[in-house]
Write a protein of this length. Structure first.
Ligand code: DGY
Length: 325
């Protein structure tokens, strides 16, 4: 940072898309992360010295301890993410720090990845890809690598928010029957014929494909545990494009290993990226992706602009549209 401070100083913790960085550099004094190096907690605090707001991703952990050490100059944590489970909202709120996120703009991209995970798991795409690339494919036969068809099956959604609703629309394209469980029942116009289940147990019992779309919070952590997996139909498919923390990995791995669960399509993991359950790297019936839900050029630009709209509102003294605390 050079020269006299004339506008708010913004710490941008990760390398953002070029158009987003161009806008923030135009409008603010900013500290960019050209190398896209992941800051640990101590660096996050150090880098925040003299900063008015932080634009960050889910890769930075704003725990109570980190927030406690942030300088008083920090007025806002502006997330480039819809998930805010990496931020201790209570600690931020009690320090008077505004926290925002980026809803809506990533629903389409994430629902696309949901379909990819569902099909990848159902049609054994990971195994097939591996066979071709490793030159292990030398025959075709009527019984070769049979998967299961999703057309006409029941698609069970846990968390019928924005992404869940788009995933439902996409799954209807496969003639799937849509079922969901949500804290509140949606209005008929939003339901579009989806069948509401007041209890999770009721949803589980009819879900040929179970797709997780709820945020990670104390209510949802470890939600898909051994008991609930036991309530799924035999041979069900589990899809997770929400957060790894919603799944009890030991329970899912055990069910996948015994074929109680036919397959899983997972884009998110506990301990990602390096500390994921080792079985997810081994099991043939798991289709895995490296947290790509929102990873399209269009969506990442839109997330950045939405984050900057929130930032602009905060420094213009307006209420940011996506304030979470
Ligand atoms: C989100 O926005 O929460 C995505 O998981 C990427 O961070």
């Amino acid at each position: 940072m050079n020269g006299k401070k004339t506008s708010p100083v913004i710490l941008v913790t990760r390398k953002l898309p070029p158009a987003v960085e161009a806008r923030i550099a135009r409008d603010y004094e900013c500290i960019l992360n050209g190398d896209d190096r992941l800051y640990d907690d101590a660096e996050l605090v150090d880098q925040s010295d003299g900063v008015d707001a932080i634009v960050c991703c889910h890769t930075e952990h704003f725990t109570r301890a980190v927030i406690g050490q942030l300088p008083d100059s920090v007025r806002a944590i502006v997330n480039f993410s819809v998930g805010v489970d990496h931020c201790d909202l209570e600690a931020a709120g009690s320090k008077g720090i505004v926290v925002t996120n980026t809803p809506d703009v990533l629903s389409d991209a994430t629902a696309e990845i949901t379909m990819l995970c569902m099909l990848g798991a159902a049609r054994r795409a990971g195994e097939g890809f591996h066979m071709v690339r490793q030159d292990l494919w030398h025959d075709w036969s009527p019984t070769f690598m049979l998967g299961t068809q999703v057309t006409g099956k029941r698609f069970g959604i846990v968390g019928m928010g924005r992404v869940g609703q788009v995933a439902a629309r996409r799954a209807r394209g496969f003639d799937m029957e849509i079922h969901y469980h949500n804290r509140r029942r949606l209005a008929p116009a939003a339901e579009q014929g989806a069948i509401y289940h007041e209890t999770l147990e009721s949803l589980l019992s009819v879900s040929d494909v179970l797709s997780l779309h709820c945020p990670n919070n104390p209510d949802s952590r470890g939600l898909l545990n051994a008991e609930r997996i036991g309530q799924l139909p035999d041979g069900a498919i589990v899809v997770n494009t929400a957060r790894g923390a919603v799944v009890d990995d030991e329970a899912l791995v055990e069910a996948l290993g015994s074929d109680r669960i036919r397959a899983a399509g997972l884009d998110v993991f506990n301990g990602e990226p390096d500390g994921i359950h080792p079985a997810y790297r081994e099991l043939g019936n798991v289709f895995v992706l490296p947290h790509l839900g929102s990873a399209t050029v269009e969506t990442r630009d839109a997330m950045g602009f939405r984050a900057l709209d929130n930032l602009d509102a905060i420094f213009a003294g307006r209420e940011p549209a996506d304030r979470v605390t």
